[in-house]
Write a protein that binds this ligand. Sequence first.
Ligand code: AP5
Length: 213
Amino acid sequence: MLSVRIVLLGPPGAGKGTQAVVLADQMGLVHIASGDLLRKHQARETELGLKARSYMQSGLLVPDDLVIAMVLGEIGRDGNNMGVVLDGFPRTLEQAKALDEAMAENGIDLAISIGVSEPELVRRLGGRLVCRECQAPYHQDNVPSICSRCGGELYQREDDTIEAIHRRLVVYQSETAPLLDYYHQQGKLHQVDGGREVDEVTRLVIEVVDNYR
Ligand code: AP5
């Protein structure tokens, strides 16, 4: 088991979830996706899920205190020393600092930022369908009738409307993009071109991890 702690950064639709699943499978890492965890809370109608829903629907960030407690609780459950790939967290400087404090030694090991042009992000998200069970993403241009990983039903996320997509992109620039500089200052930032084919992006991401090991 590889013990590396990776944060995947990038705007909505960059392919964080797509690449996190492959990294976790190929490298034996625990995959923790804050958006997936929040959607599961919504489906179970927990107090957190009910509080988060209106923020998520409109494309705004869920308040830091709620998300930090949820994700750090999940990391704690799987052990701080196991390899982990974080997808969608941290998304604010406050979250990044909380993560650094919670992690043993020197915080995370690698921050990999996946860059994609805005028109391509809008195209991907506008046509995305995801599995209700395992959250695997598909695009309407090439979509099976049910999830090819687990057989679950495919649906369109509530925040994949044009209005919410644009708000999420604006929120990314104001709240999350500053994390690039935060991790650059720590010497942990690596940028990959996410505009290429999925397999090619995977190759670039794995190259970054291999160079770290
Ligand atoms: P979250 O679920 O994290 O959504 P997101 O960051 O907006 O990211 P997405 O899931 O939309 O995109 P992705 O980068 O994972 O791309 P994907 O692989 O799916 O968060 C949702 C909401 O929850 C937030 O808006 C917020 O309200 C809340 N939230 C979550 N975390 C939070 C936090 N830390 N703090 C506060 N609030 C939080 O790919 C997208 C599409 O493109 C798919 O159709 C895929 O098949 C396709 N695709 C992927 N790669 C490629 C490629 N290389 N070429 C062509 N198509 C591709």
